[in-house]
Design a protein around this ligand. Structure first.
Ligand SMILES: [Zn+2]
Length: 554
């Protein structure tokens, strides 16, 4: 890789590698010519989907955008693996749902009214948020593809090549599976997880199967024995074989997955062998016929690994309660996929720091903040790839998140916060509603943050009256300082933050105490705590009248 390429954004590097690879694979080239580059991902809608999967969606969306920026046709396609069997009771649902264990998700009723099925409900729970995350993608259903017959040819290839696939499994796992690589949906009980296919008639293309009582631990079959065509949605390929079959069927040029899929002998390596040896089709980037490549790293929130199987961590759909979607997207786009992300918005200042990073990138993008050429290039590309919606022609108004949190606690209302910010000249007086869209969102988010999960040091309430226990804590010298501060405020119509700050030190020196003592006394009086926001700025924000009023109560 040349130095120039090394400085490219990771999505641009990947896009280039994808285009390069297509040149060496005639089968892929044919598909690309017809459909463009398909950046593909898939998800089983078994329940609430975790934020870890959201990392994959943002990565795939960014790669598809980077491909389009190279001037080629490309799109991100996400499929709902809704033919998969319900194989583990969903703890969020009543026990009555246990009767559906073993059935395909698309054939189970939705737990909530207004959705076509269980699969539809859980899939939409996340895809309805895609707009907020700026994820542009085409949604499809693996089940629909089975029904339409898209997989028919792959199914025949798999069943005809039973011995070869069996040998691949043996190579990886040391033993041969004794079942054909197809799971029929039992015609009697509708379960797909319980069936065992044991005979394939290659001439008549029918499959004999039995619905087994004890085939799997999590579901019980009905005992029905029958024969059926495996085509047009009568069943599905087992997961690892299906993964390989999807690549030529949908024409995937790129499909990343979490690194847990990329272990040797894991699902990706089996799928690669089947794609190469049975379908003679190159597995999608970052894999090649011979190399597995690398999966993306875990995305952890609050230190907990995001894993659906463990049922731990925050869901993708609820993540926006903890951080705004566009800020999460920025986090994912600005971080290389191979780096672990441990984001902790609760009881830490991660959210403040992330907003600061975002704001800096935005300022560099709009040329408001100076940076080296390479930093400018890097930040511009991150901003382009992470921006949700159309990039505005002028820089949005920026108020640091930490200050937004202070303002909202001073005035307790978003409209009043805007008024105060105008009065304090932090934003232009004539700013219109559409100029303030981002700011209003930020204030609302800050409001929720201080209410729900900000660390204690960022949370305060302005005293209406100075409580007696606070009065008792103020030492005579501190009191003297506060009176001097009050006198200073009274003397000055317009209080300048910088001058006020200097004044604190003059006052502390004049009564011979450490300035920290003055600050502590002031915080006690204003908010009943030892510490608080930077005092000079805080007093200006609060308004000197309120401060004078409180000091006068001492
Ligand atoms: Zn059955």
């Amino acid at each position: 890789m040349s130095k120039n390429e090394d400085s490219l954004h990771w999505a641009d590097q990947m896009a280039r590698a994808i285009v390069e690879r297509e040149q060496t694979e005639p089968k892929l080239r044919e598909i690309v010519k017809e459909k463009g580059y398909i950046v593909y991902d898939e998800k089983t809608p078994s329940g609430s989907i975790h934020i870890g999967s959201g990392r994959g969606w943002v990565i795939h969306d960014a790669i598809a955008k980077a491909l389009r920026d190279l001037g080629v046709k490309a799109k991100f396609v996400l499929s709902s693996d809704d033919m998969d069997p319900y194989d583990k009771a969903n703890k969020d649902l009543p026990e009555s749902f246990d009767q559906y264990l073993g059935m395909p998700f698309r054939n189970i009723p939705s737990p909530v009214q207004g959705y076509k099925s269980f699969a539809d409900y859980y899939f939409k729970q996340v895809t309805e948020k895609f707009k907020d995350f700026g994820i542009q993608c085409e949604l499809e259903s693996t089940g629909e593809r089975y029904i339409k017959g898209d997989f028919n040819s792959a199914i025949k290839t798999v069943l005809d090549n039973f011995d070869k696939i069996q040998a691949i499994y043996e190579r990886f796992y040391g033993e041969k599976p004794n079942t054909l690589f197809f799971n029929p949906i039992c015609e009697k009980c509708g379960k797909i997880g319980t069936t065992w296919a044991y005979e394939w008639d290659t001439v008549n293309e029918v499959l004999k199967y039995k619905c087994m009582k004890n085939h799997v631990k999590w579901a019980e079959g009905c005992g029905h024995e029958g024969e059926m065509s495996p085509y047009n949605g009568n069943g599905k390929l087992p997961w690892k074989v299906e993964w390989a079959a999807k690549w030529p069927t949908v024409g995937a040029a790129c499909e990343l997955a979490g690194k847990d899929h990329f272990t040797h002998g894991g699902s990706r390596s089996i799928a690669i062998a089947i794609a190469d040896e049975i379908f003679d089709f190159p597995p999608p980037y970052p894999s090649t016929r011979k190399n597995i490549g690398k999966g993306y790293e875990f995305f952890t929130v609050g230190g907990k690994k995001m894993s659906t199987s463990k049922g731990a961590g925050i869901g993708f759909a609820e993540a926006t309660e903890y951080a705004p979607a566009h800020i999460l997207r920025y986090l994912l786009v600005s971080t290389r996929p191979h780096a672990v992300i441990d984001f902790d918005p609760v009881n830490k200042n991660d959210l403040i720091l992330l907003h600061e990073r975002f704001d800096k990138t935005e300022r560099i993008y709009f040329g408001v903040e100076e940076a080296s050429d390479s930093e400018v290039a890097k930040n511009k590309r991150i901003y382009e790839l992470s921006h949700v919606g159309k990039i505005p022609s002028k820089m949005p108004i920026q108020i640091p998140f930490s200050f937004a949190a202070i303002i909202i606690q001073v005035v307790l209302d978003v409209d009043k916060a805007i008024e105060l910010l105008k009065k304090l000249k932090h934003i232009p007086k004539d700013a219109e509603k559409h100029d303030l869209k981002e700011l209003i969102e930020r204030l609302k988010f800050a409001e929720n943050w201080v209410k729900e999960f900000a660390p204690e040091q960022y949370v305060f309430k302005i005293n209406e009256k100075v409580p007696d226990d606070v009065k008792a804590k103020i030492e005579p010298k501190q009191l003297e300082c506060l009176f001097k501060v009050k006198a200073y405020l009274k003397e000055h119509d317009e209080v300048d933050e910088k001058l006020l700050y200097d004044q604190f030190y003059n006052i502390a020196r004049s009564v011979d105490i450490n300035p920290a003592e003055l600050f502590r006394a002031a915080y006690y009086v204003l908010i009943g705590k030892e510490k608080g926001p930077k005092l000079a700025n805080f007093i200006v924000t609060l308004g000197k009248e309120k401060v004078i009023e409180l000091i006068e109560q001492l």
